[in-house]
Design a protein around this ligand. Structure first.
Ligand code: UDP
Ligand code: MG
Length: 310
């Protein structure tokens, strides 16, 4: 198998036939053996039946149907675990990522790269809030991580088998694939593209999912938040020590003291606030640690027409 194309699906009934046509055209024009792996991530529309119909009429079509919605990154992971191509592309199902670009990504990869990602020159049809928060987030993340996670880039990309082998070695539960791929190293490059509007349907990425995803990116690839807790902890302790020296001095030496309710309550509140922040940060890591200690399977396959590994 030369080319695997991984397509996560969450309620994409309006996009599937158009997507299938466009992707199949590209794959055929490349003149290589290929497979399309659809991962149905708990859609509650007609996506699954459209996919099974496609699979019945085209042997290039493989699918994995999750027992419920496990999230976009997990859906892509299932594709990564089960693909067989030398080159593996990931693409969204909503036609925001133009399938024709897979040809360009593939040719670029064959120039001797292991990863070619598609970087967004522009994005149409997305809310100001989404573009703004994404822009800020990717820049902050780039600042606080030691590895180079490309900015303005989603998961639309092509990867060499070597990268797939690395990804399969990373059992962590909180998948931030673009971080893991950057972490993997090898030769990586990008091409620029204009991101289209969603063809049909609505985004499956709610703000809740986006915030979770951003936290996974930060906690998975940066320890700065933990260091922040330690640093503020030291600063606050230092200040507290000086203030207590002063308090003891004014109480016992200068005997010039006022029952200082204001300063007291301010200090209590301040320290309380800092403690809460720190506990919160530690909590974020703890939840992730405990998830990994549990070693639950990342997803449960309901049915599939490929022999899945578990
Ligand atoms: N998706 C998924 N599971 C989810 C949410 C989304 O598999 O829980 C898929 C979705 O079908 C699409 C891709 O992930 O193929 C990107 O999602 P979407 O277009 O909703 O995100 P956006 O482009 O708005 O960030
Ligand atoms: Mg989209």
């Amino acid at each position: 198998m030369e080319l695997s194309i991984i397509i996560p699906i969450y309620n994409e009934e309006g996009n599937l036939s158009k997507l299938y046509d466009r992707i199949s055209n590209v794959a055929q024009s490349l003149n290589v053996s290929y497979e399309l792996i659809f991962i149905n991530d708990g859609s509650f529309d007609n996506s699954l039946s459209i996919i099974t119909t496609l699979a019945n009429s085209d042997k290039h079509v493989k699918y994995i149907n999750f027992s419920r919605n496990f999230g976009h990154q997990i859906a892509v992971t299932a594709g990564i675990d089960n693909c067989t191509g030398n080159a593996v592309a990931i693409i969204d199902a909503d036609l925001q990522d133009p399938p024709e670009l897979i040809g360009d990504l593939y040719h670029k990869m064959n120039e001797g790269y292991q990863v070619v990602y598609a970087r967004r020159k522009s994005r149409s049809g997305e809310s100001f809030m989404k573009k703004f928060t994404a822009k800020i987030f990717y820049r902050i993340l780039a600042k606080i991580t030691s590895i180079k996670i490309p900015i303005d880039t989603g998961d639309f990309r092509i990867m060499h088998r070597k990268i797939i082998d690395v990804l399969r070695l990373m059992p962590e539960q909180q998948k931030y694939l673009r971080g893991q791929i950057a972490w993997a190293g090898f030769k990586q490059t990008y091409i620029m593209y204009d991101r289209d509007e969603r063809y049909a349907g609505e985004t499956g990425y709610t703000y809740k999912k986006m915030i979770r995803f951003a936290l996974d990116g930060i906690t998975g690839f940066s320890n700065l938040p933990l260091k922040f807790a330690t640093i503020t902890g030291f600063i606050v302790s230092g200040v507290t020590f000086l203030v207590s020296l002063y308090a003891l001095y004014s109480r016992f030496v200068s005997k010039d003291f006022v029952p200082g309710w204001t300063s007291l309550i301010l200090a209590v509140l301040f320290i309380g606030g800092v403690q809460l922040i720190c506990i919160g940060i530690i909590g974020e890591y703890m939840t992730r640690l405990s998830a990994n200690v549990r070693k639950r399977p990342l997803y449960i396959v309901d049915e599939s027409n490929i022999a899945t590994k578990d």
